[in-house]
Write a protein that binds this ligand. Sequence first.
Ligand code: PRX
Length: 636
Amino acid sequence: MSNYHIKGLEEYFQVYRKSVNTPEKFWEEIAEENFVWRKKWDTVLQWDFTKPEVKWFEGAQLNITENCIDRHLYTKADQTAIIFEPNDVDEQAQHITYKQLHERVCKFANVLKDQGIEKGDRVCIYLPMIPELSIAVLACARIGAVHSVVFAGFSSTALSTRINDASCKLVITSDGSYRGKKTIDLKGIVDEALAKTPCVDSVLVVKRIHTEVAIKEGRDHWLQPLLEKASATCDAALMNAEDPLFILYTSGSTGKPKGMVHTTAGYMVYSAYTFKNVFQYRQGDVYWCTADIGWITGHSYIIYGPLVNGATTVMFEGVPTYPDWGRFWQIVEKHKVTQFYTAPTAIRALAKESLDNVTKYDLSSIKILGTVGEPINEEAWHWYDENIGKKGIPIADTWWQTETGGIMISPIPYATPTIPTFATLPLPGIQPSLMDENGVEIKGNQVDGRLTIKFPWPGMARTIWGNHQRYKETYFTAYENRYFTGDGALRDATGYYRITGRVDDVIIVSGHNLGTAPIEDAVNEHPAVAESAIVGFPHDVKGNALYGYVILKETGESRDQDNVRKEINQLITERIGPIAKLDKIQFTPGLPKTRSGKIMRRILRKIASGESEQLGDISTLLNPEVVATIKDNALL
Ligand code: PRX
């Protein structure tokens, strides 16, 4: 029996038991049998959650790109590694074979070296979903540079914050990007960001939309001519198991974004193992994950997990609405997609449109469906099951996080029976535990609590870039000897998990993680604003939408409130990006506060969700009288 590819429920339980009873043996066998190492490890695992310090496969040496590319050249050089489906239906799709990928990654890696990038240097990648994005990621890994991909929907301010935090030396971007009917001036955004980033020496620019852009002499270089001159061989850098592979930023409930650091060997083993099992990938399959590589889902399940397994992975540049709402299904039919992985928010949006968008395409190639990023509601689950899966295809509701590196709780398709809205069972190696508010583990079934993990797994982030203390405080102090996820969950009578949502001040909007603090900071920058509080409220497509309570300064002049609303959203777009815009803005004379001055968001959340009858006891507030005013003026 191989631990690596589980095919039935009984096998799952056997493998799971082994993974818990002898975790080191379990992971060692997987690492041993399925990857290429330049040198094997001395120890499988060293860990101490109190520091916290976690090391997997210490002593091993490897390069992840040799696992993603070189080793496949012996058996599948001419197999397609990446299918690139452009934004425009009339532009031809590209099929990049493993051999071509090897050549393109090596050339790109040599260009990076020529720009002075060395092992350990940080490189920021701010690109649309075009092949160069995956190639840039792999080129960094090839030479041991640490990539920091920033989602190309983030604003120039968000970009410069991230570039500075990691002291990136080089930025890779494009002249612009296509997004449905629109084009976006990415280079312009980068130029704005770079006015505030002294660490950046050079910029590589991919030509994609062929617009005129400003090129700063000495700093900016068009990529294509450099690639043409570059050699197509590049030795892979020898990396230690715990060398950082990449940094990826995620929102925290307070403060600036957290640069989660993932390291080489553990991340490789975990992303590959989970990909193989959750998507039951077999030779010849065409796998498609609709996420953007700017998020962890794209890192683990468009690039690394699929490529380590020698899969064919689809990259889609466009949006589900262009040229019409049938685009996803047109792509499934065109490329005969076998595994389709998307977000509940996309499913909810598609479900609102005519079914003709779906029925006119042949979806019979699909064998597995997946969702990720937020809880999937029952209605969306059934729509997906009935209309896309035709009631015969398993849906993997996969729960995980930027911090976890890979999928943690998910059905194993064709093995684990699914129930709508349940992520079901932990993958082998994952030991979840539910905790009560006093820090005591809640044992048994039919219980709910806060979701923690009590044993390390190879894919976990090792630190926050430049701030290990914050890593410790955020994830390892709430519960002793446990990683705290920030999520609530329930465990039903059969032991299945259902994730109920965040228990902190992170709000998931359209599957994107947004912290309230940075949004409030942006709102408070408006000259008319004295104070603000942002909360989430249920939204039928986005899952959650943002509701802002704003106290205006008494300026004496009466401002046009609608204008202030527009200006506030403009500020948010500039500081963070359009994804963080507020759906509703209520002006209020005060905010409910505790005696220690903390805003009582629980009350604000209830009011925004139309549940103002269930506010509970508010008598301990510093200013209980303000609650009635807020209730009366709520925007419902
Ligand atoms: O609240 C959980 C939610 O998304 C959070 C992690 O967000 P992020 O780091 O951006 O990673 C998203 C992609 C892995 C989690 O703490 N979440 C993610 N997947 C699910 C989910 N909530 C419920 N069900 C899921 N399947």
